[in-house]
Design a protein around this ligand. Structure first.
Ligand code: GCW
Length: 685
C-alpha cells in the first residue's frame, strides 16, 4: 500500500473518504482467494504496455494479499493463469478466456489485453472459476473500437458562470483545484483504475471551452499534463488535451490563427513536438471551434476541413489524433427567422467536406442534431460521411437529464441510439459507423462527457455511477444488453445485496430514462428547461432566445416542422427510409412527432391518443412512477451502506419535488395554451 503514490506500481488502496464504486475489495474476493500465476515475458514493450504489465502484477498481488490467495509459478498448479503469449491476435487489447482441468486461463498478446482479462474475471466473480461462466472452448473478447473516450469539461480555474466543471454535478474537478493542477493525484489514479475496469482507454482532461489558463496546458503547464498522463498510463489510458484555436496568439503572440499561415502551421507543429517530447504516448487534441463563442477558422474564411487538416499535419508524425467537434451552429439566431434550423447545422457544415479530412482527424458528432436531449432524432451527419472517421459523442453527465439529482440510468437510451440502423432495419447502425463497420469502413470511436467530480461518491447520486460504468462497457461492446450491464454494476458495487435489494435497484433504474422522458419535455419537442442551468421546467425558457431551440407552441398546436414539404427541410438530410418515415405524419414514430412536425393538440398519435391527452397522461404517470420508486427504495434502503442510503434518500426528496414541478408546470402550460381539459378530470392548476 505504501507504493500507492508510485505510479509505476499502482496498488489499489482503500481510501475511506472515497466510495469504491464498482471496485470494492469484496469484488476481488473470488479471484484473490486463489492461486494465481502471471506470466508476462520480458519483451520490448511500449512504455504503456510495460506499465500495464506492472499494474496486472500489482493488482494480483494486492488481491491475494487481501483475500488469502497466493501468487505462484505457472508450473505450481495455479487456479488461475494470466499469460501473455505470442499469438496472432492483432488487437493489443483483446484477450481470451478458457476453463479446463480446474484452471481458468486468460491469454493476451499484450499486457493491456491481460488487464482487461483480469477485470473480466473480477466481473464474473466465482463463476469465472467453477466452469459455470467460462467453458473449455477458448472465448475471445475484443473491444469494438480502439477509441473509447471520456471528455472532461473541467476548468482549471473556477469559471464565473459555469463553475469548475462545466455541466458537472459532482463537486469540483478531480484534476484541478484552486486554479492549479492538484499536487495529489491519488484520486485520479483510482479513477484510472475504475475506467480501465469498465473499458475506457482515452481521456481528455480539460473543457472544450478553453480559457486562457487552460490554453497554457500546451505551454508552461505542460509538466502538469505529464503528471496526469503518468497516472493514467499504468491503466492503459492515453491522455488528450482540449486546445483553443486562439492558442498561437495566446501563447505565441502570433497575430493570426489562419490555418493557411506558415507561422501558424509552424507554431502548432512546435507545440506538438513539445507535447510529444514530454509525453510520447500522448493521445492528441480535442477542439471545439467556431462554436458558442470559441474561435475557429471561419474568421479567416477557411473551412473546418482546412482547420482540422492543419492541426492534423502538426500531430501526424507523432501518431496523434485530432478530435474535431461538429457541434457548430449559429447561437445568435433570431427567433423571428423561421428558415434557420439549428438541427441542420452539423450536416451542413461537415457533410460537404466528407473525404477531405486527413486520416488522423476524427470528426466528433453529437448523437443527436440538437444537444443531448432526453429524446431527439439521431444525427444525420453521422451517416453522411463514409469517407471520414466519425466518432459518436454522448453525455454521461446529465446536463439535460436531471443533474444527477434524479435517478436516471442511461444505458437503455444509449443502447437504442447506438443500434439505430441508418439505412433501415438490418443496416449499419450508429455503433457500426463509429467502429468502422459502416459504409467506408473508417473508425472514429466513441466519446462522452464524464460525470465525475471530487464528490465522495464520484457522481453526486450514487446511482449515477451506473452511467459511467455502462458507458465504458458499451464502448467496448455497443451491442451488450444495458440491463445486464446494470446488473453487473449492482453486483460489483453492492456485494452481498439480497436478490430483493437487487430487484429494487432494477425497479428504480431499468426504465428510469423513459420515466424521465414522461415527466419532462414530451414527444421529442426538446428543451423546456430553465435556460443556463438546464434543470427544472420552463416550457418557454428558450422560446425567444438566440439559441435556436424552439417549439413554437400556440393555442392551436406545437412542434417543429422539419419536413421538406412545409418546413425546414431537415428530413432530407436522412437516407432512405428515414427521410420519408420522418417526413410523413403517418409514419413518424410517436416519440419524435413534435421533433419533426407541428401538429394540433388534437392530433391523434399512432398510439390512438391525442397529443394533449398523451401529455397529461405521461406527466401524471411519470410522477407516479417516481413515487413508486421512492416507496421501493424506502423499503430496501436499510440494506445499503448508511452513507449510500443517506445520499440516495436525499436525492429522492429533491427528485420528488422537481418531478412534481415538471408535472404541474408542463400540464398547466399545455392546458392554458390549448384550453383542452384532461379527459380524466385530474387536477391541473
Ligand atoms: O450543451 C452545450 C452545453 C455547453 C457545452 C456545449 C458543447 C462545453 O450547454 O455547456 O459546452 O454543449 O458541447 O460544447
Amino acid at each position: 500500500p505504501e507504493e500507492h503514490n508510485d505510479v509505476s506500481t499502482p496498488a489499489p488502496v482503500a481510501d475511506p473518504a472515497v466510495h469504491p464504486a464498482w471496485l470494492p475489495d469484496a469484488a476481488f474476493a473470488p479471484l484473490g482467494s486463489r492461486r494465481i500465476a502471471v506470466e508476462i515475458p520480458a519483451r520490448d514493450w511500449s512504455t504503456l504496455s510495460a506499465q500495464v504489465a506492472q499494474t496486472v502484477r500489482a493488482e494480483v498481488a494486492a488481491a491475494v494479499a487481501t483475500h488469502g490467495g497466493a501468487v505462484v509459478d505457472a508450473s505450481d498448479a495455479p487456479d488461475v493463469a494470466l499469460v501473455v503469449i505470442a499469438h496472432n491476435d492483432q488487437d493489443p487489447e483483446a484477450f481470451t478466456v478458457a476453463h479446463g482441468g480446474g484452471v481458468t486461463r486468460v491469454t493476451a498478446a499484450d499486457p493491456r489485453g491481460l488487464l482487461y482479462g483480469l477485470f473480466h474475471l473480477v466481473r464474473l466473480g466465482e463463476a469465472a472459476f467453477d466452469g459455470s461462466a467460462i467453458g473449455e472452448d477458448v472465448e475471445r473478447h475484443a473491444p469494438a473500437t480502439a477509441l473509447r473516450m471520456l471528455d472532461h469539461w473541467d476548468n482549471i480555474a473556477v469559471h464565473p458562470v459555469m463553475g469548475q466543471v462545466e455541466r458537472g454535478y459532482s463537486g469540483g474537478s478531480i484534476f484541478y483545484r484552486d486554479g492549479v493542477v492538484r499536487e495529489d493525484l491519488t484520486r485520479v489514479a483510482r479513477y484510472a483504475r475504475l475506467l480501465a475496469a469498465s473499458g475506457i482507454n482515452h481521456v481528455a482532461v480539460n473543457n472544450v471551452n478553453v480559457g486562457p489558463l487552460e490554453t497554457r496546458l500546451l505551454g508552461d503547464l505542460l509538466p502538469d499534463v505529464v503528471r496526469i498522463a503518468d497516472v493514467f498510463r499504468p491503466y492503459g489510458i492515453q491522455t488528450h488535451v482540449s486546445v483553443s484555436w486562439a492558442a498561437p496568439g495566446r501563447l505565441g503572440g502570433l497575430e493570426t490563427s489562419d490555418p493557411f499561415d506558415a507561422g501558424v502551421q509552424q507554431w502548432w507543429a512546435d507545440a506538438a513536438d513539445r507535447v510529444w517530447a514530454a509525453i510520447p504516448d500522448f493521445g492528441g487534441f480535442v477542439i471545439k471551434a467556431d462554436s458558442e463563442g470559441q474561435p475557429g477558422p471561419f474568421v479567416y474564411g477557411r473551412t473546418h476541413a482546412d482547420g482540422a487538416n492543419m492541426l492534423a499535419a502538426a500531430v501526424a508524425k507523432h501518431g496523434g489524433l485530432i478530435h474535431w467537434r461538429a457541434f457548430v451552429y449559429n447561437h445568435e439566431q433570431n427567433w423571428r427567422d423561421r428558415k434557420t434550423d439549428r438541427a441542420k447545422a452539423a450536416y451542413q457544415h461537415f457533410a460537404p467536406y466528407d473525404g477531405t479530412f486527413a486520416e488522423n482527424v476524427v470528426v466528433q458528432i453529437k448523437h443527436g442534431p440538437l444537444d443531448f436531449q432526453v429524446r431527439e432524432a439521431t444525427s444525420p451527419a453521422i451517416a453522411a460521411m463514409p469517407n471520414t472517421r466519425v466518432a459518436a459523442e454522448f453525455q454521461v453527465t446529465t446536463e439535460y437529464l436531471g443533474h444527477q439529482k434524479h435517478a436516471v440510468y442511461l444505458g437503455r437510451m444509449w443502447s437504442e441510439l447506438l443500434s439505430f440502423p441508418y439505412w433501415g432495419e438490418g443496416s449499419a447502425t450508429m455503433a457500426d459507423i463509429a467502429t468502422g463497420r459502416g459504409p467506408g469502413g473508417r473508425a472514429g470511436g466513441f466519446a462522452a462527457v464524464s460525470n465525475v467530480g471530487d464528490d465522495v461518491f464520484w457522481t453526486g447520486h450514487p446511482f449515477s455511477q451506473a452511467n459511467l460504468y455502462a458507458w465504458g462497457r458499451l464502448t467496448w461492446d455497443p451491442t451488450a444488453d444495458p440491463i445486464a450491464i446494470l446488473d453487473e454494476w449492482i453486483g460489483l458495487t453492492f456485494p452481498g445485496l439480497s436478490a430483493a435489494g437487487r430487484q429494487v435497484v432494477h425497479a428504480i433504474l431499468d426504465e428510469s430514462w423513459e420515466t424521465y422522458e414522461m415527466y419532462t419535455a414530451p414527444l421529442g419537442v426538446c428543451f423546456m428547461v430553465y435556460p443556463h442551468s438546464h434543470y427544472g421546467p420552463s416550457p418557454d425558457g428558450y422560446e425567444y432566445t438566440p439559441w435556436g431551440t424552439y417549439h413554437f407552441a400556440d393555442r392551436d398546436g406545437i412542434g417543429v416542422d422539419r419536413t421538406v414539404a412545409t418546413g425546414s427541410g431537415y428530413t432530407a438530410q436522412y437516407p432512405a427510409p428515414w427521410a420519408s418515415v420522418y417526413e410523413s405524419l403517418d409514419t413518424v414514430p410517436d416519440e419524435l412527432v413534435l421533433f419533426f412536425h407541428h401538429v394540433p393538440y388534437t392530433h391523434v398519435l399512432r398510439s390512438g391518443k391525442t397529443v394533449i391527452q398523451h401529455v397529461y397522461d405521461t406527466h401524471f404517470e411519470g410522477l407516479e412512477r417516481v413515487e413508486a420508486s421512492i416507496a421501493a427504495w424506502e423499503a430496501a434502503a436499510a440494506e445499503f451502506p448508511a452513507d449510500v442510503a443517506g445520499r440516495v434518500t436525499e436525492r429522492f426528496a429533491e427528485q420528488l419535488g422537481s418531478t412534481t414541478d415538471w408535472r404541474d408546470i408542463v400540464n398547466t402550460y399545455f392546458l392554458r395554451k390549448s384550453g383542452l381539459p384532461d379527459e380524466q378530470g385530474r387536477r391541473i392548476y
